[in-house]
Design a protein around this ligand. Structure first.
Ligand SMILES: NC(=O)C1=CN([C@@H]2O[C@H](COP(=O)(O)OP(=O)(O)OC[C@H]3O[C@@H](n4cnc5c(N)ncnc54)[C@H](OP(=O)(O)O)[C@@H]3O)[C@@H](O)[C@H]2O)[C@@H](O)CC1
Ligand SMILES: [K+]
Length: 542
């Protein structure tokens, strides 16, 4: 797994590196060389425009420009002011050194002059703004960014695309859209979520020093980005000696007259994910309709009101059924009422390994009055519990319904508040957003995000059904619950890719995801096993 560090922690690592003898000047030189190396590896890169800002991000650019010139490329630096006027000592020194080495410079160009420079270039090295960027992009960089994006050149961004906040993932009114981002020391959360997903292109991490890995771990990463090989430890073990019960039984509870489709999709997803036995419990009013869609899955009708919403009488029945299930999912399509809150409360008090999603989470917010982290039934629970909120639901659970999290790092913060209130490792918050974080007290794990095809109604119901299914198949518990949850998210994402290949990126509906789960599971498990073998053989060679 790769560590993801908040920007302030990156700065701490930088300070620690200077303490172990790697100066900031040395780091800047290594950062510049790392960026230059990525440009050199681009096919056919001959002429490079290096756009430098006034801070240390610009400093990296001057070093890279000098290195690229020395390797025989045509280089042109563009800078807003004379290099001698740069206020930061380090950036000024490397700029002066580059000029002395013969790097040509265009100072403060007009838009037309900049366009002429870009016309001559086939690669842009973007070193305008790095982690020091804040607020709205000011002149001249707003105009420069527009020109770069319109140029048709391949763009390599140094550390972070200029105009993107490396912390929040939010882009200003102008932001470079890169093909490749060479980021220094470690991944930052803003590169992986929200606008970051659209503007970073491929991401390469340049560690810059051999001590970096250790220091990043010591800096307490805000999250860990998974590699496929990591999942080997949490995969369901395949065995030929199974029957439908040893493959795990899942109880799905949810639905209402308004939303009968959500629990149907969740139940089907649970079955497609490999659980041997799935039961669906819904309000009596929709039981027959659900059964017509589910040939293999028995449907149980529960007490409900005239609107087809579960009543409190259903709670006891559900708790009883939960005793014989390897895992329970509650929530999809079930609405929020006194009855459904009673059902969620009963399951929370049960010993069933539990996944709570959608309106199940909203019931939980109602039950706990937005203070889940302060709620005894929650904090006393021993059995595994996976919550799968999107940002709005997470906000409500954390008592922040007016200001739900707007970035990955805020998502992780809210999720941590919840899991830490319990303190045990059996609770995981799968915080969904443009990037998903699977958070437990031990760690926050970021699976590779899926394609845009996943953003479709019912996709969350499919994910929660898959989650309950995997939990059932590993016997209701996992040594590493957040990693297991991340694996399920990754399979869900890949199901989106498989479905999009078949139906087009805009044509995918949630039911198509369900049909792709089996192939996606096989593919991800196979690739994880292969990646593990490759890692092992590299380890032996080393
Ligand atoms: N961490 C590491 O280990 C290493 C870090 N390194 C590198 O250092 C970079 C961080 O450098 P940094 O701190 O100097 O900030 P940086 O991104 O250059 O920006 C500051 C400049 O931008 C300006 N500016 C700000 N906002 C603006 C706006 N909205 N619109 C317009 N301008 C704006 C700001 O102006 P000011 O606000 O001061 O007027 C100032 O001039 C980091 O990303 C990495 O590349 C490597 O060299 C070595 C290893
Ligand atoms: K940049």
């Amino acid at each position: 797994m790769q560590p993801v560090l908040n920007v302030e922690d990156i700065k701490r690592v930088e300070v620690e590196l200077t303490r172990v003898g790697v100066s900031v000047s040395e780091l800047m030189h290594r950062a510049g060389y790392a960026a230059a190396q990525e440009v050199l590896e681009l096919e056919g890169a001959k002429s490079v425009a290096v756009l430098c800002g006034m801070g240390n991000n610009g400093g990296d650019g001057w070093v890279a420009a000098e290195a690229l010139l020395a390797r025989g490329l045509k280089v042109q630096v563009v800078c807003p002011m004379d290099p001698d006027q740069i206020s930061g000592d380090l950036a000024r020194q490397v700029a002066q050194a580059a000029v002395k080495a013969g790097v040509p410079v265009t100072v403060g160009p007009s838009r037309d002059e900049l366009d002429e420079v870009l016309d001559e270039a086939d690669v842009v090295l973007d070193c305008m703004l790095g982690t020091g960027f804040h607020g709205e992009v000011r002149a001249p960089f707003d105009i420069w960014i527009e020109c770069v994006n319109a140029s048709g050149c391949r763009v390599v961004s140094v550390d972070v695309p200029s105009g993107l906040s490396a912390q929040t993932g939010q882009a200003g009114s102008a932001c470079v859209v890169a093909d490749l981002t060479v980021t220094m020391l470690a991944l930052k959360p803003g590169l992986l979520a929200d606008d970051g997903r659209d503007v970073c292109g491929a991401i390469v991490v340049a560690p810059l020093a051999e001590q970096t890995e250790r220091l990043c771990v010591e800096a307490d990463p805000v999250a860990w980005r998974t590699d496929l090989a990591d999942y080997r430890d949490v995969m369901v073990e395949t065995s030929a000696s199974v029957d439908k019960f040893t493959r795990g039984s899942v109880l799905v509870v949810g639905g209402s007259s308004r939303f009968p489709g959500a629990p149907i999709m969740a139940a089907r997803a649970a079955a497609r994910m490999g659980a041997g036995y799935v039961t669906l419990a819904v309000p009596q009013a929709i039981a027959a309709v659900c059964q017509t869609h589910l040939l293999e899955i028995p449907v149980v009708g529960l007490p409900c009101d005239v609107e087809g919403v579960l009543t409190a009488d259903a709670a006891e029945r559900v708790a009883k059924m939960a005793r014989s299930a390897s895992s329970v999912l509650v929530g999809p399509g079930m609405r929020v009422s006194g009855g459904t809150v009673a059902v969620v409360s009963a399951l929370l008090r049960s010993e069933a390994p539990l996944v709570i999603d959608a309106d199940g989470l909203n019931c939980l917010s109602r039950l706990t009055e937005g203070r889940l982290f302060d709620f005894p039934e929650f904090t006393r629970r021993d059995a595994p519990l996976i919550l799968t909120p999107h940002r709005g639901e997470l906000g409500r659970l954390s008592g922040r319904s007016e200001v739900p999290p707007t970035s990955l790092s805020e998502q992780l913060e809210c999720a941590r508040q919840i899991v830490w209130s319990d303190g045990g490792s059996e609770i995981v918050v799968v915080s969904k957003g443009s990037a998903t974080g699977c958070v437990s007290v031990d760690q926050a794990v970021l699976p590779k995000p899926g394609p845009a095809a996943l953003a479709t109604a019912g996709s969350g119901d499919v994910l929660s059904g898959m989650m309950a299914s995997y939990l059932a198949q590993v016997g209701g518990q996992s040594e590493n619950l957040p990693l297991m949850a991340a694996l399920v998210c990754e399979i869900h994402g890949y199901a989106g890719t498989v479905a999009a290949e078949r139906l087009g990126s805009r044509g995918v509906m949630a039911c198509d995801l369900i049909d792709s789960i089996g192939l996606a599971t096989d593919a991800i498990e196979e690739r994880a096993a292969l990646a593990g073998l490759e890692d092992a053989s590299e380890g032996q060679q080393a």
